[in-house]
Ligand binder design. Structure first.
Ligand code: NDP
Length: 303
């Protein structure tokens, strides 16, 4: 069997185009332009890149973004003051605090402070708590897990009644992905670093969401034939030549790297029914879902 490739780039583009049309329609109807505030503490290159991608997406979709770069040594008090100002600012619909924060800051207190109506990342304890409760709905769902479920639905995978295994239990991916699958009526097992015999646990999984940050750890023979595999992992590994030696970049003089997921793609695609590639699977969905959440925040705040 060769798996059907779930094209995250194309599906994300579809989501973005839908958001763009809805934004244009609300502006034509005299409503406000949705606006996202991005809070970046310090100068981590990866965090700065993610924030600039989010700002660029806002501009492309007709939304405003307000960037709030802060020094790495900002005090807890000053950061909390900014969050309170953004909560109170009617021009701001969504607040995104780029994680991780420097270790001297209390991340939980910061996330707790974001108004749930502006919590477009879905990380506030209230939104996450609602996700975990039966009969309650969060206002916003964390963007990466939301993107995973969206991809499954777009591919036509039946979630209701399926056996699902989520690899990873982080607050931002694994755990909310598991909770979302439960809400969609899947039977869910969560695998983590203390799980014994992971291949045996995965044997009956109709759906696999892999979010562990371990390059190509999930092997083809761990996967049930026909399963849907969503690979969240983003891992850099060295590019090797025919003899297995690292290829050195002429430009940088350093070993060339390529991105791979948590799943051994070449093996898995021969067994799975559906699979997301890395790159081009879950990655593009995260920002698309953030844009959808920001539009939703503006709509909630219209009322
Ligand atoms: P974390 O490091 O926060 O969590 C990793 C999880 O995997 C933990 O629950 C950990 O278990 C578990 N784990 C680690 N090693 C093993 C192992 N050998 N066997 C079983 N479980 C293991 O990572 P994140 O959730 O933040 O990210 C996971 C991956 O997803 C990363 O590659 C990251 O780059 C990627 N990512 C991609 C995004 C996208 O947009 N595509 C967005 C966010 C993340 P334990 O809890 O016991 O420590």
């Amino acid at each position: 069997m060769t798996a059907q490739i779930i094209d995250g780039t194309a599906i994300a583009l579809k989501v973005r185009n839908e958001v763009k049309e809805k934004v244009a329609a609300r502006i034509a109807a005299g409503k406000s332009q949705p606006a996202l505030a991005t809070v970046l503490v310090g100068e981590r290159i990866d965090s700065a890149t993610y924030v600039s991608m989010k700002q660029k997406a806002c501009a492309e979709l007709g939304m405003t973004s307000y960037h709030k770069p802060l020094p790495a040594d900002i005090s807890q008090e000053d950061l909390e003051k900014l969050i309170k100002e953004l909560n109170a600012d009617p021009k701001v619909n969504g607040i995104l605090v780029q994680l991780p924060l420097p270790s001297h800051l209390d991340e939980e207190r910061v996330l707790q402070l974001i108004s749930i109506e502006k919590d477009v990342d879905g990380f506030s304890p209230i939104n996450l708590g609602r996700l975990a409760q039966k009969g309650r709905e969060p206002l916003f769902v964390p963007c990466t897990p939301y993107g995973c479920i969206y991809l499954l639905k777009e591919a036509g995978v039946t979630i209701k009644g399926a056996n699902a295994v989520v690899l990873g239990r982080s607050n931002i991916v694994g755990m909310p992905a598991a909770l979302l699958l439960v809400k969609e009526d899947a039977t869910v097992t969560v695998v983590h670093s203390r799980t014994k015999d992971i291949p045996a646990v995965m044997k009956n999984a109709d759906i696999i969401i892999a979010a562990i940050g371990r390059a190509q750890m999930v092997r083809g023979d761990w996967i049930k034939p026909g399963a849907a595999v969503i690979d969240v992992g983003i891992n850099g590994i060295p590019v090797l030549d025919d003899k297995g030696n690292p290829v050195i970049s002429e430009k940088t003089g350093k070993p060339k790297q390529k991105l791979v997921g948590d799943v051994n793609y070449d093996e898995a695609k021969e067994v799975a029914g559906f699979i997301t590639p890395v790159p081009g699977g879950v990655g593009p969905m995260t920002i698309a879902m953030l844009m959808a959440n920001t539009l939703r925040a503006a709509e909630i705040q219209d009322k």
